[in-house]
Ligand binder design. Structure first.
Ligand code: FES
Length: 150
């Protein structure tokens, strides 16, 4: 299944040069991560060295070489958010999801990450889910937000 998707993505860029980043972004978007199989397939079909593919995939924060859940939850624990209760929000989310930052739930629904500032400190504590900002979060509100994602 994934192999087919990977081939379809590669086919889209057939004959084009300098497409590695776009191609890897497409794989990330489609599969939620860049699996080893995709790296190998790109290497075989486009003759791009493995080292180059891994270098690009690990350089961009929007790509992951580890499985990621359908929803990416970033909780800010920068200074401003810490002071306003960020750690309590993070603890609550860890309890609800049963994972630590850097981990993904077994059902592949959520990946939890800790960040150090999301650039909107006045709204702290802040969490970001799939790119959507949620400010002035309290633990109960964080639970409500997580429940709203399928
Ligand atoms: S410290 Fe959290 S948004 Fe800046």
């Amino acid at each position: 299944m994934d192999q087919e998707k990977i081939d379809q993505i590669i086919d889209k860029y057939a004959g084009e040069e300098g497409v590695l980043i776009q191609l890897l972004l497409d794989v990330q978007r489609e599969l939620n991560w860049v699996p080893k199989e995709a790296v190998q397939r790109i290497n075989e079909r486009l003759q791009v060295p493995l080292s180059q593919i891994y270098r690009v995939a690990s350089f961009y924060k929007s790509m992951s070489l580890e499985p990621r859940g359908r929803h990416l939850v970033n909780v800010c624990l920068g200074t401003a958010c810490q002071v306003r209760g960020g750690p309590r929000v993070m603890d609550r989310i860890r309890d609800i999801l049963g994972i630590n930052p850097g981990e993904t739930t077994q059902d592949m629904k959520f990946t939890l990450e800790r960040v150090n500032c999301l650039g909107c400190c006045a709204l702290g504590p802040v969490m970001l889910v799939d790119g959507e900002y949620h400010g002035k979060i309290m633990p109960a509100k964080a639970e409500e937000i997580l429940k709203s994602y399928d």
